[in-house]
Design a protein around this ligand. Structure first.
Ligand SMILES: Nc1ncnc2c1ncn2[C@@H]1O[C@H](COP(=O)(O)OP(=O)(O)O)[C@@H](O)[C@H]1O
Ligand SMILES: [Mg+2]
Length: 354
C-alpha cells in the first residue's frame, strides 16, 4: 500500500446465496460465475478484487450491468459485508468497526450520492441538504449556513424552500451532490449518480463535479457503465467483468495498452483523437528539436489542429512544470489514433504473464 492510498480493497469476494462459505470453496478451486450459478444457485458478486484508491483522486469503477459495481462500492461503507477479504479505509479495517464506529464512518467520513437522487420528498431543498449535518448533531444555525452555502455552490440559490418534486432531474442531482458535500466527508461514493440524466445535463454535471473536485480534493469513487464518462472524469479506471477486475490504470494507459481483447473491444468506439493526450504518445526530445511548444495534456485532435495552422514538422511537449520533455511528428499523432491490433494485445498479455 503506497503512502497516499486511502481505500484499500484486498482479496475481496462476495458470493450471494444460501451458503456462501460452501460456494467459496468452489470459487477457490477456480469455478466461474456461470458454472457456480448453474451448479449451486450461488451468484458471484465479486471475485478476488484487489484495488488501492489514491487520496484526492477520482477512482472510476466501470463495467456492464451486473458486473459487480454496486456490490463493490457498498463494501466501502459496509452496506454489504464480504464473504471473504478486507476493506481498509485510512488503514482501518471496516469489518472490525462496532456499530458506533460504523455510524461515525458513515456520518463523518464517507458520503454517498445515489442514481435516483434519493431525496426526501417532504423536505425542502434546504432541509434535504442539511440532512447529514443534522445527523452530525450540528446546530440549526450552522446547518442553515452550511446548507445555503452548498446550495449556492451547485448553482441552486433561490430554490432553498422548493421541494424535490418541483425540480428537474439535473437540479435534483445537484441537491444530491450538495447534500453529500455538506457533511465535509473526505470520501464521496457515487453509484451511477449521473446515469439517469439526459446526455447534455449529464455532461454538465460531470463538469460541475470536476470543478468542485479541483477545489475540494475529495477522494471520489465514481461508478459508471459509460465509457465516455469514465474517460472524462477518472484519474484511474478499474474495469470490472463478472465480478473480476480486468484492468486498473489511468485512462491513457487503458487506451494505449488494453489488458486484453475484452478491454480493447470496450474501447473500440472511442474517439481516440479526442481522448488521448500527447504525453501518452510522445517520443523523447532530441538535441536541436524545435517547433511550437504544447502541454502534455493537449489532445491529439488539438495537436493536429496546431499542425494544420503552423508550418513546422514537429511539436515540442512540456510536462506539468513546463519543462520540455518530448517531441511529436504528424506521423506520431496518426499512429496514436490507430487502435492496437489483436496480435499486439495478445503479445502484450503474453509478456505480462511471463
Ligand atoms: N442481494 C443479491 N442477491 C443475489 N444476487 C445479487 C444480489 N446483489 C447483487 N447480486 C448479483 O451480483 C452481481 C453484481 O450485481 P451488482 O453489483 O448490482 O452489479 P452492477 O452494479 O455492476 O450492475 C449480479 O450478478 C447480481 O445479479
Ligand atoms: Mg449497480
Amino acid at each position: 500500500m503506497s503512502t497516499d492510498t486511502i481505500i484499500s480493497i484486498r482479496n475481496l469476494y462476495k458470493v450471494f446465496g444460501n451458503d456462501p462459505q460452501k460456494a467459496m470453496a468452489l470459487v477457490h478451486q477456480g469455478m466461474g460465475k456461470d458454472e457456480l450459478l448453474e451448479r449451486t444457485g450461488h451468484v458471484i458478486g465479486l471475485n478476488n478484487v484487489n484495488l488501492d484508491m489514491e487520496r484526492h483522486r477520482i477512482q472510476v469503477v466501470m463495467g456492464l450491468s451486473g458486473s459487480g459495481k454496486s456490490t463493490l462500492i457498498r463494501h466501502i461503507n459496509r452496506l454489504i459485508a464480504p464473504t471473504e477479504g478486507e476493506i481498509l479505509v485510512d488503514g482501518q479495517d471496516v469489518l472490525t468497526l462496532n456499530t458506533e464506529k460504523l455510524r461515525e464512518l458513515r456520518r463523518f467520513k464517507i458520503s454517498m450520492v445515489f442514481q435516483r437522487f434519493a431525496l426526501f420528498p417532504h423536505r425542502n431543498i434546504m432541509e434535504n441538504v442539511g440532512y447529514g449535518l443534522e445527523n452530525q448533531g450540528k446546530t440549526k444555525k450552522i446547518i442553515e449556513e452550511t446548507a445555503a452555502r452548498w446550495i449556492g455552490r451547485v448553482g441552486l440559490s433561490g430554490f432553498e424552500s422548493h421541494y424535490p418534486g418541483q425540480l428537474s432531474g439535473g437540479m435534483q442531482q445537484r441537491v444530491g451532490l450538495a447534500r453529500a458535500l455538506a457533511t465535509d466527508a473526505d470520501i464521496l461514493l457515487m453509484d451511477e449518480a449521473f446515469s439517469a440524466l439526459d446526455p447534455l445535463i449529464r455532461t454538465e454535471m460531470q463538469d460541475i463535479l470536476l470543478d468542485l473536485q479541483n477545489e475540494l480534493q475529495k477522494t471520489i469513487v465514481f461508478i459508471t457503465h459509460d465509457l465516455d464518462e469514465a474517460l472524462h472524469i477518472g484519474d484511474s479506471i478499474a474495469i470490472l467483468r463478472a465480478g473480476e477486475i480486468i484492468q486498473t490504470d489511468d485512462p491513457q494507459n487503458i487506451l494505449m495498452k488494453p489488458a486484453d481483447a475484452y478491454v480493447a473491444d470496450f474501447m473500440k468506439d472511442i474517439n481516440r483523437a479526442r481522448v488521448l493526450r500527447v504525453r501518452a504518445i510522445m517520443n523523447t526530445l532530441e538535441p536541436g528539436d524545435e517547433g511550437p511548444v504544447i502541454k502534455g495534456s493537449t489532445t491529439i485532435e488539438e495537436a493536429l489542429q496546431i499542425f494544420a495552422e503552423t508550418a513546422g514538422d514537429k511539436l515540442i511537449i512540456t510536462d506539468r512544470k513546463g519543462l520540455k520533455v518530448g517531441r511529436l511528428t504528424v506521423e506520431d499523432l496518426i499512429r496514436g489514433i490507430r487502435r492496437p491490433t489483436t496480435a499486439e494485445i495478445q503479445a502484450e498479455v503474453f509478456t505480462n504473464e511471463t
